[in-house]
Design a protein around this ligand. Structure first.
Ligand code: GDP
Length: 178
């Protein structure tokens, strides 16, 4: 039985093209697991994680892992509305996924109006750098993040690097804005 007491509940959505690592980031954060091959999300998957943002204040984070594919857009749209935070994820080894970030951002902003959603931009798969597979530079990603008004974090779901940091940065931003 889960007796975790919490004071706030935040719904966080994962945004970004298919295969950038959205499901893997959530699995790393909530279960500290990484699988080389996981079933592609169909529709929306649901996860929970508890975070103590300060002594005596625990937040229940609910994650909606939306499918990136165009054909599932109609399923995911209804979930945008109640979300307070979004992780905008691209793959550092996939230029096209970076070029699509602005589109994801604008679409969500439009859908949640008049509410606002706070974002963190995540460049995932830093481990690919060792293999010379990096296609997006840190500087240009930082520029985009500044333009979107979001902090930027480079992470690896595979290596478990800076994953918790990305989620917690987002949760703390939302908490501070209450
Ligand atoms: P999603 O479609 O955005 O949810 O992406 P998935 O989480 O399903 O990941 C797509 C593929 O990328 C899978 O084969 C993962 O194992 C792989 N992947 C996810 N994160 C990383 C990472 O940090 N590094 C590497 N090398 N591969 C990753």
């Amino acid at each position: 039985m889960d007796l975790t007491l919490w004071q706030y509940q935040f719904r966080i959505i994962m945004l970004g093209d298919s295969t950038v690592g959205k499901s893997s980031l959530i699995k790393r954060y909530t279960e500290d697991q990484f699988l080389e091959s996981i079933n592609q999300t169909v529709g929306v998957d649901f996860y929970v994680h508890f975070l103590e943002v300060e002594p005596g204040v625990t937040i229940k984070l609910q994650f909606w892992d939306t499918a990136g594919q165009e054909r599932f857009r109609s399923v995911t749209r209804s979930y945008y509305r109640n979300s307070v935070g979004g992780l905008l994820v691209f793959d550092l080894g996939n230029r096209a996924s970076f070029d699509r970030i602005q589109g994801w951002h604008d679409e969500v902003r439009e859908r949640v109006q008049p509410h606002t959603v706070l974002f963190v931009l995540v460049g995932n798969k830093t481990d690919l750098e060792e293999e010379g597979l990096r296609q997006v530079g840190r500087q240009e990603a930082e520029l985009l993040a500044t333009k979107l008004g979001a902090p930027y974090v480079e992470a690896s779901a595979k290596a478990g690097e800076r994953v918790a940091e990305a989620f917690e940065l987002l949760a703390r931003r939302v908490y501070q804005g209450l």
